[in-house]
Ligand binder design. Sequence first.
Ligand code: GLA
Length: 372
Amino acid sequence: MTSVTARAPGRVNLIGDHTDYNGGLCLPFAVPMSTTTVARPRGDDRLRIRSKAFPKSWTGRLDDLTLDGRDTIPDWVRYVTGVLWAAREDGWPLPGLDLVIDSELPLGSGLSSSAALECSVAIAVGTLVDRPLDPGSRQPLAELCRRAETEYVGAPTGGMDQLASLLGKPDHAVLIDFADLSVRQVPLALREAGLVVLVTDTGTAHQLAGPDSGYAQRRAECDAAAAVLDLPRIGLAWADDLSRLEDDVQRARARHVLSESARVEDVLAAVAAGDWTAVGAILTASHTSLRGDFDASTPALDLAVFTAVDAGALGARLTGGGFGGSAIALVEEERADVVREAVDAAFADAELATPTHLTVLPSAGASVSRSG
Ligand code: GLA
């Protein structure tokens, strides 16, 4: 094989945030925008990694793929070398590689540009070295990418984004139960119902990596709550257990996690019944919980969410980690422009920079587009 081109999409999380690392439920779907990696094997042990988004390419050697070796590697390159590091740890026989990356996903926007990058590299390189990449083999691949992000990049994320990118399917969402890591593609016929998801990027990039990020703090608070209850993860608690948490902050974080998983189940029931009004109301309730109990929202996210609802969206919420990034609104297709304009006007009134918008529908997961 002389080269492989693979694409992996970003994701929107319809509902179920901050549940993955807590052993709860989430319901993301793949979006149409993706990251593409062209991988070519080399005859030597060199690595050359170039992204069209950055002026400088990075060159190194296979032996540089160690945890100690990562410190001199630029931040964005670590998402790539992290995948190569994890792949080697899993025994993939990697040759030297030329990798060229191109992305339609804005960085730090909450659409999982990092998972898309990791998954496109994993699928491209996995194809070159003959790894099984059929849908049944993709969960271990998602885990490899998550390890790259957690253990190598140092962003303690939970694994939802990689599973959505690798297992997305048009007109379906990916239901993931992190209690037992089971995954199911569930129909989400937004198109048929005349609905779209309007994504509003607030332009305040969120940062998941590092021990001081809001994300890492929330994770630590959830782990502390689980430890008090003597559970491996707080999502495995029962609602009755909450009263045993004496710390108000821990109790609020835990309440969000448990109520959010329950909302995922409620959304599944409402989707199955075709009750999109109910779906919308549950999405907005999720935002209220993420904003209050989980304290992961920002004024710009709140403005995007509540303006969208006032302008006629069925429901809206921040999506992903929060602390910046994007909000989503479930909206009738013909109302999307009105909602978008209302959000822009509200941002202008608040003297915030004009946000950017996308409309998305559940789309295909990662694939190899060319090899030869
Ligand atoms: C980020 C992480 C995910 C998940 C969400 C919050 O997107 O990468 O693993 O924890 O935040 O639901």
